[in-house]
Design a binder for this molecule. Sequence first.
Ligand code: COA
Length: 187
Amino acid sequence: MLDQIAKFRQIVTLCNGTRVLLRPLTPDDKNALVAMFEPVGPDDFKTMRNDVRNREVVAGWAAGVDYKKVLPLIAVVNDRIVGDATLHFRSGPGRHIADVRIFLAKEFRRCGLGSAMLRALIDIARKSGMRQLVAEIVADQVKVINAFKQLGFEQRAIYPDYFMMPDGETHDVAVLILALASKRDEF
Ligand SMILES: CC(C)(COP(=O)(O)OP(=O)(O)OC[C@H]1O[C@@H](n2cnc3c(N)ncnc32)[C@H](O)[C@@H]1OP(=O)(O)O)[C@@H](O)C(=O)NCCC(=O)NCCS
């Protein structure tokens, strides 16, 4: 399965005709990944879990990439990375579950890329035997939540005050789940 994941390639045509290659991240993508996250503005930064403007943090993700733990699918235009969507595989009693996160460069949003990347991740997750995907999204991001709902995710819970912004303000988090297979589907 890991072999198949490493070979995954898909070309996506965006609403404006731009062609984008989707493929898994490799250690060689280190500098391009750092370059994608570097210009992140304060509005995006405050809703992110990691210090993506820290070059060492981001370079470390690429250098230590391990598809058994985290599968990062990137979107590439020429030699530039314009999107990064990740599956984070849980373990033990959660080994049938993966968490999903996605980030796109600003000028590549609202043109179908986010949906295409999430669809590709959903497909890979299903083939990897995952039964559920989970997205935890700051509840104020109604449009982002709607984008996940359009792909079949359902809102299952709200965790009050679960996300602390850099200024110390807390926000609710919406938990969205996509069920990939139910027992009934096996018969
Ligand atoms: C969330 C994100 C991945 C969506 O990707 P995208 O390529 O912009 O989304 P798409 O073009 O595929 O559009 C899918 C849906 O997103 C919704 N959407 C996303 N941004 C929107 C906006 N600014 N205004 C209105 N609708 C929006 C719409 O429902 C849209 O469906 P429609 O085109 O049929 O109206 C992207 O905006 C992003 O990277 N945001 C910053 C990071 C983030 O918030 N990540 C999510 C937390 S895990």
